[in-house]
Design a protein around this ligand. Structure first.
Ligand code: ADP
Ligand code: ADP
Length: 225
């Protein structure tokens, strides 16, 4: 069964059609990447899945649940943006544990998951620090870890690496892939970066003017002609 199913989704803003008749099914555990020029509708699709935008027409399912009218906080999704604020008064470890604690998970399970996520993102040595004692790149890793630690049904990322410098972007990309392989969460990822799309994606969705232009494996999409 598809974990995320978009069925003919259209969103208008006044007389602008941000996305038009978007249809695709993302199978459970896959990593899908949305690409295309600025303004083609990538963020609107992510925000729609997150429940941050309403749908003008079409149907959106998460698992077998029709969520068109389900508010964001009642969807089991986690989203990370370019700049994601951490809880400043909490340590890194507490930030990572936060969502699990809110859910009432037991202490042992929380400790195990925090260790697993911290190891995957190479932030084990930072667990006792406060966010302001971290570099921007380290903070973004913690933000990724915090979002994914509670194992949401769907993980949404909007250009999460674009504010990092080149070396850090490469390292974090590799760690994000490892984290996905460990936790196996269905992921939708927006980027401008072809290397990210090629190394992370099970499938790439190419958008143009708010419509799907092409869907395929990275090899098929980026094959030299
Ligand atoms: P991308 O993420 O690919 O850059 P967006 O999804 O942000 O594209 O935007 C798609 C289109 O919808 C653009 O033309 C943008 O200006 C428009 N748009 C997005 N959000 C709004 C909004 N809140 N109000 C009006 N227009 C919007
Ligand atoms: P991005 O860099 O991801 O494309 P934008 O800077 O285009 O983001 O948009 C940032 C925010 O502004 C989003 O919430 C988007 O929905 C909104 N937005 C985008 N385009 C417009 C627009 N033409 N009018 C009003 N709001 C917009």
């Amino acid at each position: 069964m598809a974990q995320v199913s978009l069925q003919g989704i259209t969103r208008h803003f006044g007389n602008v059609t941000a996305i038009k008749d978007i249809t695709f099914d993302i199978p459970d555990r896959q990593f899908w990447v949305l690409v295309g020029p600025s303004g083609c509708g990538k963020s609107t699709i992510l925000r729609t899945i997150a429940g941050l935008e309403s749908i003008s027409s079409g149907k959106l399912y998460l698992g077998n649940r029709l969520v068109n009218n389900v508010p964001s906080r009642q969807r089991d999704v986690a989203m990370v943006f370019q700049n994601y604020a951490l809880y400043p008064h909490m340590s890194v470890g507490e930030n990572l544990a936060f969502g699990l604690k809110m859910r009432g998970e037991d202490k042992q399970k929380i400790a195990k998951r925090v260790q697993e996520v911290a190891r995957s993102l190479d932030i084990e040595h930072l667990l006792k620090r406060k966010p302001k004692q971290l570099s921007g790149g380290q903070q973004q890793r913690v933000a990724l870890g915090r979002a994914i630690a509670r194992k949401p049904q769907v993980f949404l990322l909007d250009e999460p690496l674009s504010n990092l410098d080149a070396q850090l972007r490469d390292d974090t990309r590799v760690e994000l892939k490892q984290l996905h392989q460990r936790l196996q969460i269905t992921t939708v990822y927006v980027t401008h970066d072809q290397v990210e799309a090629m190394t992370l994606a099970d499938r790439v969705v190419v958008l143009h003017d708010g419509q799907v232009q092409q869907i395929g494996s990275p090899q098929a999409i980026y094959a030299s002609p």
